[in-house]
Design a protein around this ligand. Sequence first.
Ligand code: HEM
Length: 160
Amino acid sequence: MEDATESPAIHPAIAPLSYLLGTWRGRGEGGFPTINSFSYVEQLHFSHSGKPFIAYTQKTWKLNSGEPMHAESGFWRPKPDGTIEVVISQSTGLVEVQKGTYSAEEKVIKLQSELVGNASKVREITRVFKLVDEELFYEVQMATNLTSLQPHLKASLQRI
Ligand code: HEM
């Protein structure tokens, strides 16, 4: 039997997104028409086990005090045809099924919620990730019961 502690080969299905693997840290800005804007520190971790999915964890802290904020985790499932499915569970209890596309050449991933569950206000979520010059940028937009789709989060992260 193969030694489970050895690092497994990357599954071909996740190879186009292998640039994500590892730990990223950076800063973000949040806002929405109905709230005060805020700044945060964020760490993302993408890992794999040799299976055709990438495991994802995220943690955030208040920029000034270091107090923990939002956290989430999930699984990214890219398909050979350039589509991708991502499931995310948030520390607030909200769950997302995201569907979208990726471009291995342009290093862009675009996600649109197919399902937002256990949410009191949120109706829709979009997420766009882009790698530019080794820096990972993302933007999250959301629609709520009172507000149409608008930016909530924007961040840039470096590999650590
Ligand atoms: C507020 C959803 C990620 C920090 C909110 C609100 C919603 C929401 C629905 C209330 C908006 C309103 O009252 O009109 C989400 C969703 C997220 C997400 C769906 C991910 C897709 C985050 C992250 C952070 C964060 C990562 C921190 C880094 C905040 C803060 C508020 C807020 C500070 C304002 C709270 C208040 O003033 O009461 N978010 N959020 N959110 N969110 Fe998020």
